[in-house]
Ligand binder design. Structure first.
Ligand SMILES: Nc1nc2c(ncn2[C@@H]2O[C@H](COP(=O)(O)OP(=O)(O)O)[C@@H](O)[C@H]2O)c(=O)[nH]1
Ligand SMILES: [Mg+2]
Length: 199
């Protein structure tokens, strides 16, 4: 640690994953908060994927992210977050371990109309011990269930934050990311306190 200087010469670069089911708003979130033109690898939904890409509930959706979304956002004076949107479809699960490597934490996006779609993401981060939060993307301001109902339905640990957001809104998306960074920092300081002084 440097001794309390707030501005690092080189910003701290942190890697954040954005996960969740197909059509939940991952590409939208990365695109709305990113300062750089997000790199996206969208592909027109093909007949090959027709059996596997479940578009019920998102009928207007004609593209899908085949590899990942990538974006960057600066929070505060000296923290840069690099955002990696995970591919939503089961057939790209092999990419997850590569993406998750070195990630500080994850945003699991949820759509209350298809809540079960985020179970695999929640399971994955719980198993890996990766800190995460659940952000409910309120499509058209829709809030069918409050944060507490989502917490219960997903059987989340008490310390996992659940927040409501609008993935299309830059401020809202940025708030989600700041909440995640704060959550990670809290976890780290709790652990450090729990472990006592080692050196
Ligand atoms: N009305 C509304 N549409 C949204 C919202 N977030 C995403 N969408 C739309 O939902 C569709 C799926 O979003 P996308 O970001 O591609 O989902 P992804 O598969 O998780 O990357 C797109 O057509 C978005 O424009 C939202 O908060 N409200
Ligand atoms: Mg996408």
């Amino acid at each position: 640690m440097d001794s309390g200087r707030s501005n690092r010469a080189v910003p701290l670069a942190l890697k954040i994953l954005v996960a969740g089911g197909f059509g939940v708003g991952k590409t939208t979130l990365v695109g709305s908060v990113s300062e750089i033109r997000p790199l996206q690898t969208e592909e027109v939904l093909s007949s090959v994927g027709a059996d596997t890409d479940d578009v019920s509930g998102v009928e207007g959706k004609s593209t899908t992210t085949v590899a990942m979304d990538f974006g960057r956002i600066t929070v505060g004076a000296d923290i840069v977050l690099y955002l990696f949107g995970t591919p939503g479809q089961d057939r790209f699960w092999f990419l997850w371990d590569e993406l998750a490597h070195g990630a500080l934490g994850a945003v699991v996006l949820a759509d209350t109309r298809r809540l079960a779609d985020c179970f695999p993401s929640v399971d994955y981060f719980e198993r890996r011990g990766t800190p995460f939060l659940v952000a409910v993307n309120c499509f058209d301001g829709e809030q069918r269930f409050g944060a507490q109902a989502v917490r219960n339905a997903l059987d989340l640990d008490a310390d996992v934050p659940v927040v409501l957001c609008d993935a299309r809104d830059r401020r809202s998306g940025k708030d989600v990311l700041i909440t995640l960074v704060e959550h990670v920092m809290e976890r780290v300081s709790r652990r450090t306190a729990g472990a006592g002084r080692r050196s």
